[in-house]
Write a protein that binds this ligand. Structure first.
Ligand code: NAP
Length: 466
């Protein structure tokens, strides 16, 4: 379902009424198109004294054609030593300069007094962000900092980034990336994702990158070439967009959905050059059928996306036991059973990816959704508990937690609640299925080997559970 208000808000009459009555002002978001550079417009890089990640950042920036500028000596020196040419920029209120991205390497910040360096970098350019701009702070994983003062200061970055997300508006996003010691070579895929328009509806998120074996990507237009992926619930909605996006990135996609949807499922699979597997994931034989399918028809699988999910809403006192059982079984228990069977048969390949779809309801809770929220919080628990286990096999596990996404599921919500749901976020709009799919494609990327145990909300910085 499309949101007509966005087009109205971006018309000249709409803008006049929005200004007069203080109505929500959703921007038309810049979304990815094939061949687009991962940096949109000029990028300004700054760094705190003693910054440790600037050469890793420079390695990524060197792959873009967009102009790179630096503010301050530390960033300039880092780019020079990485042999990346960048003009130096001195902020000037009058110069009319706009930036597509503002990036600050905060890894050198060792105590709270040094947080001032972040203010000094962002303050003079805070109003120079272009539409759909990107603000990114990169720091060190607080829990891994040995010195309590450093841990405190690095943890403080979260408050800054989340507040910036609420201030910058105009479709811009704000993110924090924490890099563990020794994980510097894992930054590339995450920095590219957050800089690019693929992360259009992801804002105010905190991602932790851990040490992992480096995986190279030779073609960033087809990073999933030769990978085999399974997407559950792929006949429509978010699952269909995930299948399309993984296929765009080069994967062979097996699309799974319940047998009554087989016709739609086959149409999706055929369009993508993929395969259709009509199966109810809660069926007793489903884990073995899936395992056998990938063992017999492919040499195992590289990516599994647990997307299939249902809502059966009722307040707790009115909820029938079958609504509880069905929601928990589809959204959580079947995923555990399928993972267990695949892992027991060694059917998930080396450097594999397990990707789950949670929900902000699993983070914030929701009226009438005790069953759904329990299942989606359980998905987060599964990611957290399985990540160290799978790490030993070089398999990552992560989740996305979508907010309000325009699909059949949200089209069924009554009109007034639907309108409120769409606007209750910093971007004043719902997301599109492709926004969730792009985050999943980033997790699936071979270069995301250091991204594990993360839950990233795709919610435009929803006010719920923030
Ligand atoms: P959707 O349009 O209802 O699609 C879900 C698909 O999963 C449907 O095709 C559904 O088939 C299938 N499915 C359900 N039970 C299954 C089973 N037992 N075996 C195999 N397939 C099954 O939902 P969506 O909005 O795209 O949501 C996709 C995922 O995102 C879900 O996990 C949902 O909880 C999550 N999510 C969505 C939103 C949102 O705003 N839309 C927000 C947060 C999280 P039938 O329905 O035909 O049975």
């Amino acid at each position: 379902m499309s949101d007509g208000y966005i087009n109205f808000a971006n018309s000249s009459l709409g803008q006049t009424l929005i200004k007069s009555f203080g109505l929500p002002n959703p921007e038309i978001l810049d979304r990815y198109e094939a061949g687009q550079d991962f940096i949109r417009g000029s990028l300004l890089l700054g760094a705190a004294e003693g910054a440790e990640l600037s050469s890793a950042i420079a390695k990524t920036l060197g792959n873009s054609q967009s102009p790179i500028l630096t503010s301050g000596d530390t960033a300039a020196k880092a780019l020079k030593s990485a042999k990346l040419s960048a003009a130096s920029y001195t902020p000037n209120e009058e110069d009319g300069q706009k930036f597509g991205a503002l990036v600050f390497d905060a890894s050198g910040i060792k105590n709270s007094a040094q947080l001032r360096q972040m203010y000094d970098f962002f303050h003079p350019v805070a109003r120079k962000m272009a539409k759909s701009g990107r603000l990114i702070v990169i720091g060190r994983t607080p829990e891994l900092c040995k010195d309590p003062k450093e841990q405190t200061a690095q943890r403080a970055l979260e408050g800054f980034v989340r507040s910036c997300g609420k201030e910058i508006r105009k479709g811009s996003t704000s993110q924090l990336i924490y890099v563990a010691p020794g994980a510097e070579n894992q930054l590339d895929s995450t920095l590219r994702f957050f800089l690019s328009s693929k992360s259009a509806y992801v804002s105010a998120q905190v991602v932790r990158i851990s040490k992992a074996a480096e995986q190279s990507v030779s073609n960033w237009e087809k990073p999933l070439a030769e990978k085999v992926a399974l997407v559950t619930g792929a006949s429509r909605g978010i699952g269909k967009a995930i299948a399309e996006t993984l296929a765009r990135d080069g994967a062979k996609v097996v699309c799974l959905d319940i047998p009554p949807s087989e016709e739609e499922l086959k149409a999706v699979a055929t369009e993508l050059g993929g395969e259709a597997l009509a199966l109810d994931i809660t069926a007793e034989e489903a884990p073995q059928t899936i395992t056998d399918y990938f063992k017999n028809n492919h040499q195992g699988l590289d990516i599994i996306v647990h997307n299939a999910g249902v809502t059966r809403d009722k307040t707790l006192g009115r909820m029938k036991p079958q609504f509880w059982d069905m929601t928990l079984d589809i959204n959580l228990s079947s995923e555990e059973r399928i993972n267990d069977a695949l892992l027991a048969a060694d059917a998930i390949n080396e450097n594999g990816r397990v990707i789950c779809v949670s929900s902000i309801s699993g983070i914030a809770g929701n009226m009438g959704q005790t069953n759904y929220s329990t299942s989606k919080a359980g998905v987060i628990g599964m990611v957290q508990s399985m990540s160290p286990v799978l790490n030993k096999k070089n398999i990552t596990i992560n989740a996305v937690a979508p907010g309000f996404i325009e699909t059949a599921m949200t089209a069924a919500i009554p009109f007034a609640i639907r309108q409120a749901g769409r606007r209750m976020n910093s971007m004043s709009q719902g997301g599109l299925p492709v926004d969730v799919a792009e985050a999943i494609a980033w997790y699936a990327n071979p270069a995301s080997a250091g991204v594990t145990g993360n839950v990233v909300r795709v919610c435009g910085q929803s006010l719920l559970g923030a």
